[in-house]
Design a binder for this molecule. Structure first.
Ligand code: 5GP
Ligand code: MN
Length: 319
């Protein structure tokens, strides 16, 4: 499927639902808001449908544009566009919208994407879905405003870790350069998304440091965040976001694992690697997905059992 074909389908649409994945991150929320702004500018009725609160670090995007609705508000769309979502589970309850829609589109950059829509455009060479949305808006010949550029910059900056990860390409910088030309305030944006944390998150970070365990001569580093931990420092699930990059920063570590106890018998696993381990294979084994250097999955078992199972699989991949 070419992006031109996706463009043609979108041109024929009038009421469009845009669906970011659950456990929203900067890429899916930035890409969704940018596309909604662009399609509304082109005279369509586009809404972003969420089933959860936007994490506080990205709330400034939603506060400004107010383009989001909950599933309860969703009605009669002719086109649904899923963004940054590797599989149907990532769309969760909102999959019902796909069943009732004529045209369903899936735009993503995850190598593990299951192509669950009628029209699928997957480009795993893109560092962020935001890069694809930039190209799509350009192809649709819609002028990229400062507001759209702010959203796209958030999308691309977050998925590249501030243009530091190896997924960053010359094209990523070229797009960022075009976004900067619209006059966006990157100092302010970067401070909001990278340099601001709640007091609870800082406390969580300090506690997390105490739980670090090393395996395989320090090549694997693991952090466990239990419910008790989260409650002790009155942190929210959102405060846990971002801690996933902590374990792999320990010198000598190749794989970093963050286990977060979401509920009893429900553990979110975030996997990160530095240079050679393909963590998407590990996540896929547990019905999750992602990229070579950043992946995730959810295990329905106790945090201790999840830890054993994940460590076992990671050690297998190290060989
Ligand atoms: P994180 O660890 O930050 O939640 O996710 C890292 C990467 O893996 C992101 O690109 C995210 O979209 C993907 N990912 C995380 N959890 C899941 C999951 O349960 N299923 C799939 N398919 N991808 C996931
Ligand atoms: Mn992404």
């Amino acid at each position: 499927m070419t992006l031109n074909k996706i463009c043609d389908v979108i041109k024929g649409a009038s009421r469009v639902a845009i669906l970011p994945h659950i456990q929203v991150d900067g890429d899916c929320i930035g890409s969704s808001f940018a596309l909604a702004l662009a399609l509304n500018a082109a005279g369509k009725k586009a809404r972003v449908i969420l089933e959860e609160q936007i994490p506080t670090s990205y709330a400034f995007l939603g506060e400004e544009y107010q383009f989001y609705d909950t599933l309860e508000d969703a009605d009669n769309f002719d086109t649904v566009i899923c963004l940054d979502s590797g599989d149907e589970q990532r769309i969760n309850k909102r999959m019902s919208l796909l069943a009732s829609c004529k045209n369903t589109i899936n735009i993503d950059h995850h190598i593990t994407n299951t192509k669950f829509a009628k029209y699928n455009y997957i480009d795993e060479k893109c560092a962020a879905t935001g890069e694809i949305i930039y190209r799509l808006i350009t192809l649709l010949e819609i002028e990229i405003t400062k507001e759209m550029a702010t959203c796209l910059y958030v999308a691309i900056a977050t998925d590249t870790g501030g243009f530091r990860y190896t997924n960053t390409t010359a094209n990523t910088h070229m797009i960022a350069s075009e976004l900067l030309k619209t006059g966006i305030d990157i100092g302010d944006i970067n401070r909001k998304i990278f340099e601001t944390m709640s007091m609870q998150k800082l406390k969580l970070l300090m506690e997390a440091g105490r739980t670090i365990e090393l395996f395989a001569d320090g090549k694997v580093a693991l952090v466990c965040i239990t419910r008790a931990f989260i409650e002790k420092v009155s942190a929210t699930d959102q405060d846990v976001e971002g801690l996933s990059s902590l374990p792999r920063q320990i010198k000598g570590a190749e794989v970093g694992i963050l286990l977060t106890e979401k509920e009893d018998e429900k553990v979110k696993v975030s996997l990160r690697s530095n240079q050679y381990v393909d963590v998407s294979k590990i996540a896929m084994f547990f019905d999750g997905g992602g990229h070579q250097r950043a992946s995730g999955c959810t295990l329905f078992m106790s945090i201790d059992t999840a830890k054993q199972k994940v460590i076992e699989k990671v050690l297998e991949q190290l060989i």
